[in-house]
Design a protein around this ligand. Structure first.
Ligand SMILES: CC(=O)N[C@H]1[C@@H](OP(=O)(O)OP(=O)(O)OC[C@H]2O[C@@H](n3ccc(=O)[nH]c3=O)[C@H](O)[C@@H]2O)O[C@H](CO)[C@@H](O)[C@@H]1O
Length: 374
């Protein structure tokens, strides 16, 4: 197996969390392994744990084709990033590079290709981003989470899992412990609201409008809400309080294992990480895709969960009001959560019928196979 691995991932939690989870898993299996992180946006990144791994910031820019000035500035950043990456690769001399997509990783992958260093990609979304589309041809392999992504990629494309943070594999966590942690009521159904790793102002607004229409259900439901927005947290907590609803509200949950265990119905964006965790924890969801996501990939992610897994419903934001969302929630909770439990059964069925390669094992097998062939 490779002795020196460089991982490139930057940006939001959806990219950085799985990259770090993979690094920790590889390192736990082989403490001798040298792992280095490099990408744009690592410095100051709230999701990247700068204590755990050596890293270097690399310049990169994105290319919004309708904004030529921005593209020109990005081109300068890309050239600078290529130069930095080339110096870094010379210094670190990795045997293998693993890229988690997005423009943050482009200079490093281009430099790897020029130096003929092998690389493996991970694509978490149903519709891959431009960098993975461009770079998949020269990759040893690309691991995908959603089957549809295959249609956009070249080379060896294999379905794998999304590495989850080790805290999410806590087998000692129970619903009782999690409910107690938030001082919630074990007999109520918990609606879990959050808007991805960065929060979503429109989802926060919708949550308020929705629960205002659920007043008659306050003996049955309670709310767990991570706003992602410091400024909005206390206002939202007060509103739930005024509605006399049992609720726990905070900006951001670092220990999502509590949230996933305490939640009974997820109401969130449809980022890849959210869906992977939703399946892992067998939690039915109401998924409201972020309408501005590149190529509308969140909508395709959500459709996978609602149409293939049948463990969630996809609700399109532009057609959605709090009243409508409340009526969907009620339809799931009627008859002692009958429809909610059906959604959960579908997730369990899906898990039983789906075997996914572990991305960590896949990397080792792919790298070793390539060495034997060369
Ligand atoms: C706006 C946008 O383009 N978002 C993208 C971004 O989403 P985003 O960064 O929101 O990522 P995901 O939905 O993939 O994952 C969210 C992660 O944040 C964690 N979490 C969330 C709230 C909280 O309080 N605490 C916490 O730890 C969740 O447990 C999960 O691990 O990357 C994803 C993976 O490429 C894409 O699918 C999304 O489309």
């Amino acid at each position: 197996m490779a002795k020196r691995i460089l991982i490139s991932a930057g940006g939001t939690g959806g990219h950085v969390y799985p990259a770090q989870a993979l690094a920790k898993k590889l390192k736990a299996e082989n403490p001798e392994l040298y792992i280095f992180f490099a990408a744009a946006g690592l410095e100051g990144n709230q999701f990247f744990d700068r204590e755990s791994f050596p890293y270097q910031e690399v310049s990169a820019g994105y290319f919004p084709l309708k904004r030529p000035l921005k593209c020109m500035a990005s081109f300068g950043k890309l050239i600078a990033g290529l130069w930095q990456s080339d110096r870094l690769l010379k210094k670190i001399a990795p045997d293998l590079i693993i890229g988690f997509g997005s423009y943050h990783t482009l200079p490093l992958l281009l430099a790897a290709r020029l130096r003929k260093i092998p690389y493996i990609l991970h694509e978490a979304n149903s519709i891959p981003g431009k960098v993975n589309k461009l770079m998949s041809k020269g990759a040893l392999a690309t691991g995908i989470l959603f089957p549809d992504a295959r249609n956009y990629l070249k080379g060896n494309v294999v379905e794998v899992d999304l590495p989850l943070r080790d805290t999410l594999n806590n087998s000692f966590m129970t619903r009782e412990k999690a409910i107690e942690h938030y001082s919630l009521d074990p007999d109520k159904t918990t609606l879990l609201f959050f808007g991805g790793s960065q929060g979503a102002a429109s989802l926060n607004h919708l949550a308020i409008e929705t629960v205002s229409n659920l007043k008659d259900w306050k003996k049955t439901i309670q709310i767990l809400h991570f706003t992602g927005r410091e400024k909005e947290t206390s206002k939202i907590a007060h509103l739930y309080n005024d509605l006399k609803l049992t609720a726990y509200v905070k900006d951001y949950e670092e220990n999502m294992e509590f949230a996933w265990m305490a939640g009974d119905l997820l109401i969130s964006r449809s980022g890849a990480g959210t869906i992977a965790e939703e399946i892992a924890y067998e939690k039915p969801g109401l998924l409201i895709p972020y309408p501005m996501a590149a190529d509308n990939h969140q909508e395709r992610n959500a459709f996978f969960m609602s149409d293939k897994v049948k463990g969630a419903l996809t609700l399109i934001e532009k057609n959605l009001t709090g009243k409508k969302l409340a009526s969907v929630i009620i339809s799931l909770l009627e008859d002692n959560n009958k429809a909610l439990l059906q959604l959960r059964d579908h997730i369990i069925q899906f898990k039983m019928n789906t075997v996914r390669k572990d991305f960590c094992e896949f990397i080792k097998a792919t790298y070793n196979g390539s060495k034997e062939r060369s």
